[in-house]
Design a binder for this molecule. Structure first.
Ligand code: CO8
Length: 371
């Protein structure tokens, strides 16, 4: 059976930054105007008021201080509350593919690989700009790869579901080199008018280049990968191809991100470590053998609790680093960014574990060893 290695990774974040203070100021203006415009209905109990948010709450409850976004003015405009994106004609590269390419190019350059040497492209992200043709098909064409490509969606765990498939396809001899990219434009999925979610997400794109082991030095051995699901409605986004049809029946239907944050929190801290430990047991890796775990970044308290359950010791920024303060939750790209920012100091032979969790619920884990 052919073993695989992570040859390189790459990530890209937009330069535009929104601080908690800026975001909360705009949200509160929206809420105040809504409450004033609807004062009579709110007083009569016909409508719920929109509660005010606080920058201090956001930082304390989540660990997020700012986020990088593809476009700032539209998100902060209380008449728009989402990024401004100019539509493009068919003969131009799509916005989503262009965003993905930024990290893809970095991963290819670092590996010294030309796109024509890539057998397969998987776009693994929370959503794609269109249903078809796949964004992966467009990227495959843009980099000049002659193989296959497809889009995969498993929310914040997408990148590790992609890595799991890439690992299996290399093991079965179906491919020698696979690119898994995760272009996450979460500010277009998020609902910036809902207090419990308005602060959570930022935008980022990441890529992992996975190769069949060929004796070359460098990179990371993929010791094993694992994915597992447990269906839940506690975290949903209902954007989809039925929206228009449904709207013809229910004119006010407005699909968006919806969550029961407390239930999600409770479920994730018990389910995710179990899946990571299943992989470690299969590979006979003891917690003390894991120098570092790179976890999906959703909430810093979640990171603390999940790291402790995986590693069997207290979390430190060294054994389970965090990037939430600067980037917010960048969905499936967060685990790849976290790995890239916090792996150079590891020595050859040391083992690390990536673990990502998201809506579905779905959990992905990958054990890797520095070569
Ligand atoms: N500003 C000011 N006050 C607020 C705000 C706000 N923005 N929001 C809530 N409050 C108030 C509430 O009204 C409440 O007040 P009171 O005590 O008087 O009633 C108080 O603050 C506490 O409210 P909550 O209990 O709702 O706040 P939490 O401490 O639970 O924090 C979070 C809210 C941060 C959303 C938290 O619940 C959380 O992080 N939940 C996890 C869900 C999550 O991370 N979602 C993000 C995206 S999903 C993801 O990336 C991975 C999910 C993993 C799923 C996979 C499972 C296996």
């Amino acid at each position: 059976m052919q073993t695989s290695i992570i040859r390189s990774t790459g990530y890209w974040v937009p330069p535009n930054v929104i601080s908690n203070e800026e975001l909360v100021e705009s949200y509160n203006r929206y809420a105040t105007r809504f409450n004033s415009d609807n004062a009579a209905a709110i007083t009569a109990g016909e409508l719920a008021d929109v509660p005010l948010s606080s920058a201090e709450f956001v930082k304390n409850a989540s660990g997020i201080e700012r986020r990088h976004v593809i476009e700032k003015s539209g998100i902060l405009d209380i008449d728009h509350l989402r990024p401004h994106i100019t539509p493009r004609p068919f003969d131009e590269v799509s916005f989503h593919a262009e965003f993905a390419l930024k990290s893809v190019k970095i991963a290819l350059e670092k590996a010294g690989i030309d796109g024509s040497d890539v057998d397969g492209v998987i776009v693994a992200s929370s959503a794609q700009q269109r249903n078809f043709p796949g964004i992966a098909c467009e990227i495959q064409s843009l980099i000049g790869s002659q193989g296959w490509s497809f889009d995969l969606t498993m929310a914040c765990a997408s990148a590790l579901y992609g890595l799991n498939i890439a690992n299996a396809m290399i093991a079965s001899g179906q491919a020698k080199r696979i690119l898994v990219c995760s272009p996450e434009i979460m500010t277009c999925i998020n609902v910036h008018s809902r207090r419990d979610v308005h602060f959570i997400f930022g935008d980022a794109s990441s890529a992992i280049l996975v190769e069949a082991e060929d004796g070359q030095a460098g990179g990371w051995d993929v010791l094993g990968t694992h994915t597992k699901n447990k269906f839940s409605n506690n975290l949903r986004s209902d954007f989809g191809f039925l929206n228009d049809a449904e709207r013809s029946v229910e004119p006010d239907f407005s699909p968006g991100l919806d969550q029961d944050g407390q239930k999600v929190f409770k479920d994730v801290v018990s389910f995710s470590p179990t899946v990571a430990r299943e992989l470690m047991d299969r590979l006979k890796i003891a917690p003390e053998d894991v120098r570092r775990t790179w976890l999906h970044q959703a909430n810093i308290r979640m990171v603390e609790m999940i790291a402790k359950r995986i590693l069997g010791r207290d979390r430190t920024p060294e054994n389970a680093p965090g990037i939430l303060h600067e980037y917010g939750n960048t969905s499936s790209s967060s685990v790849v960014m976290n790995f890239e920012m916090h792996s150079d100091d590891m020595a050859a032979g040391e083992t690390g574990l990536m673990c990502a969790f998201g809506a579905g619920y779905g959990v992905g884990a990958a054990a890797i060893r520095k070569r």
